[in-house]
Design a protein around this ligand. Sequence first.
Ligand SMILES: Cc1cc2nc3c(=O)[nH]c(=O)nc-3n(C[C@H](O)[C@H](O)[C@H](O)COP(=O)(O)OP(=O)(O)OC[C@H]3O[C@@H](n4cnc5c(N)ncnc54)[C@H](O)[C@@H]3O)c2cc1C
Length: 412
Amino acid sequence: MSAPARVLVVGAGIVGTCCAVYLQREGFRVTLIDRDGPGEGCSSGNAGNFSVGSVFPQSMPGIWRKVPGMLMDPLLPLSIRWRHLPAALPWFTHFTMNSRRRRVEEIGLALKALYGHVLDAYDALLKSAGAQDLIVCRGRLTTYESELSLQKDAYALELRRRHGIDVQILSGDEARKMEPALTPLVKRAAFLPAYAHTVNPLRLTQVLAEQFVRDGGTVLRETVRGFEAKDPGPPRVLTDTGGHDAEQVVIAAGAYSGRMAAQLGSRVLLEAERGYHLSMSDPGVTFTRTIMSSDRFITITQMEPGLRVSGISEFSGLDAPPRYRLADVVLKHARDLIPDLNPAGASRWMGNRPSTPDSLPIISRSPHNPNVLFAFGHFGLTLGAISGKLIAEMATGRPTTIDTTPYRVDRF
Ligand SMILES: Cc1cc2nc3c(=O)[nH]c(=O)nc-3n(C[C@H](O)[C@H](O)[C@H](O)COP(=O)(O)OP(=O)(O)OC[C@H]3O[C@@H](n4cnc5c(N)ncnc54)[C@H](O)[C@@H]3O)c2cc1C
């Protein structure tokens, strides 16, 4: 009997780890490589939401009119390091083009196709890891501090309803009945009962990686330096300690994947959209549901390590140092939204969201090398497990659960 085929997965964030586990379930011999421990990159610090109701891209109609004002106002979430603008210009051009209504609706359909599988794909993995307590489904409240702010969200709410997502519009008092810590400034809210969240994103990736190892997988702590092309055949993966060969290679290195894809012949539009969070172990308030403030662009999530408040979209390039004053903007909004919040001892964190200009992930075989697969550019916590499932199906050569054409790497 021949030995099972080997697959190397580069990147042990939530996406790479889910790819590794699903590949293993298909019978491959899998090695997961990361310079850090599993889940310690962007996947550790996110807001924890499985955003199965976000059936639209970030670039909604009219965004181009709002962006200049957002950049000028230090209390709004958008920030750019001007030196980085020339490099980011193609990304922003595509981003703006995707805000046309027809495109928004196409993207919504492509996202919805993935969202239909999000929780089932995780459930299968968490069951075998005995960690189903890590995901809870208690819904999400989106808050509005004026009738106008609710009206501004009308198109997004309509898209949700059209896709069959339950949205319940509430008064401010009804919202405070559900979450008493919210300020009286909240006048309206939209409750989305289908939203689930993880109580610990880092532990989520870690338990999946631990189960992967128990089931015979290998995790290597090495830094990938590049690739050695072997034509024909899979590339050799070069790391700080040597080189690795396998029949197939999966690139799932989050925001760092763009550089790796370029080395492998695929030019992609991928920006590090940096976000910040504050975590408070003794906040003095508790929340049952996750909160998203439509006026302040922050998300509040009750997690195991404490209350996490997240926000900011900063475009500064991959290598720029964090600008923690942006985390202070998040904190200011959190204090306004939660009057009794105790921020003493809050820790601050920055992470690189791997963002594409159309808000769709890249889940694709390389057009240049059939032995290379790409899995990055995600709203990755939400889409990690279903991406892993699709990548594993692609690796076997079987038809995939859903049509992956909208997520192909050469679409830009
Ligand atoms: C503030 C904030 C809030 C967010 N909230 C949500 C949310 O609520 N819901 C949601 O779905 N998403 C959310 N996200 C996005 C989500 O966190 C990311 O999309 C997701 O973590 C990406 O996962 P990943 O596995 O692709 O990347 P990562 O977690 O970044 O993993 C990539 C891995 O590749 C490794 N790597 C990189 N280069 C190399 C190399 N050369 N050699 C070896 N290893 C390498 C890194 O060490 C890292 O571990 C949020 C992000 C931020 C910043």
